[in-house]
Design a protein around this ligand. Structure first.
Ligand SMILES: [Zn+2]
Length: 332
């Protein structure tokens, strides 16, 4: 093995993951820079442990402009008590903390997209170092991993909890049980466009139960989406047997992303007008959105038509769109 793989993480935790009780602390990552020669990135972390039991690793802010996860997890870290826990809960409300502070998807330091940085590197960029810490220190501690996402500034989603189709059908079934327990209005059997380097993939390859969410978007959270996140995380802890009680069961509609036809990408730049809103039904061949050219008046819009029959599960959020942007995602 190369020494890169054996090198210890530069991150040190100010909490002891093996100690009983509640600890609020930091994952401290040395980061020498102009405004702080011997400075560090201080990523908030809470660990709650009470005796034996499974470990849940709960993360938000994997992308810095998605807010339901951080809202639910800062809240949970403040309110959950060690006596209510059987096992361990590790909470990192803002995984890519520099990105979270700058309200951007990727890190302002190295432009690192946390969810494309796994397995990371102990001698890499700031984002790669954080990924490496999760890969080698935190993920191995976990039995169940919940990673909150939303659409961020450029996408908007129907609120759903999701797990992936996996080669190990037992692992897959457990994931879908947790998705059902989470109780978002929609539950998704999720297909990834680009699974390489994802936190999801890293956790799943270790055999962990991994669930994720897309709870809204547009670079903010609503009262409704924040409430879904807060209820969902408690339901996951309850279903895992870490918190005592019964799951607050919610009606959920299961959705499937059967193949690549569910994605519609823009090939033109312009002003985007959706013909259907999130949750609306679309038949194969129907117009999902029109892209109006904006260089001059009098031009014809380009129509983006659905390649399948389903409902609109996600859409481009800003008013203008450019070639290569994901315009819409359909689900059945
Ligand atoms: Zn995200």
């Amino acid at each position: 093995m190369s020494d890169t793989i054996m090198r210890p993480s530069p991150i040190s935790a100010t909490v002891d993951f093996e100690a009983d009780g509640v600890q609020h602390g930091f994952l401290r990552l040395p980061y020498s820079r102009d405004d702080s020669a011997w400075g560090s990135v201080m990523i908030p972390v809470t660990v709650m442990k009470n005796g034996r039991g499974p470990t849940a690793l709960l993360t938000g802010g994997n992308h810095g402009d998605e807010y339901e996860g951080p809202i639910a997890l800062f809240d949970l870290a403040r309110t959950l008590r060690a006596e209510e826990v059987k096992g361990r809960v590790i909470i990192v409300p803002a995984m890519n903390y520099p990105a979270f502070l700058s309200q951007t998807r990727t890190s302002p330091i190295d432009k690192g997209n946390m969810n494309r940085s796994f397995p990371g590197r102990p001698d890499g960029t700031v984002t790669q170092k954080i990924a490496d810490y999760f890969q080698r220190i935190l993920l191995p501690l976990a039995d169940i991993v919940l990673d909150f996402h939303s659409g961020g500034r450029t996408l908007d989603f129907l609120p759903f909890c999701a797990a992936h189709i996996l080669p190990d059908k037992k692992q897959e079934a457990k994931g879908f049980e947790f998705v059902q327990a989470f109780g978002a209005p929609y539950s998704m059997k999720m297909l990834e466009i680009d699974a390489v380097g994802m936190y999801d993939t890293a956790a799943e390859e270790m055999g962990k139960i991994f669930i994720t969410t897309e709870l809204g978007g547009g670079g903010t959270a609503t009262a409704k989406s924040a409430a879904i996140a807060k209820r969902g995380v408690m339901n996951v802890l309850t279903h895992a047997g870490i918190v005592e009680g019964v799951v607050d069961e919610q009606p959920t509609q299961w959705l499937d992303m059967p193949d690549g036809d569910c994605f519609l990408f823009a090939e033109d730049a312009g002003l985007v007008e959706f013909a259907v809103d999130l949750g609306g039904a679309v038949r194969k061949g129907e117009v999902v959105a029109r892209i109006h050219p904006v260089g001059r008046t009098g031009g014809l819009p380009v129509e983006l038509c659905s390649k399948m029959t389903g409902i609109l599960a996600a859409r481009h959020f800003p008013g203008l769109i450019k070639p290569g942007d994901c315009a819409a995602v359909l689900a059945v």
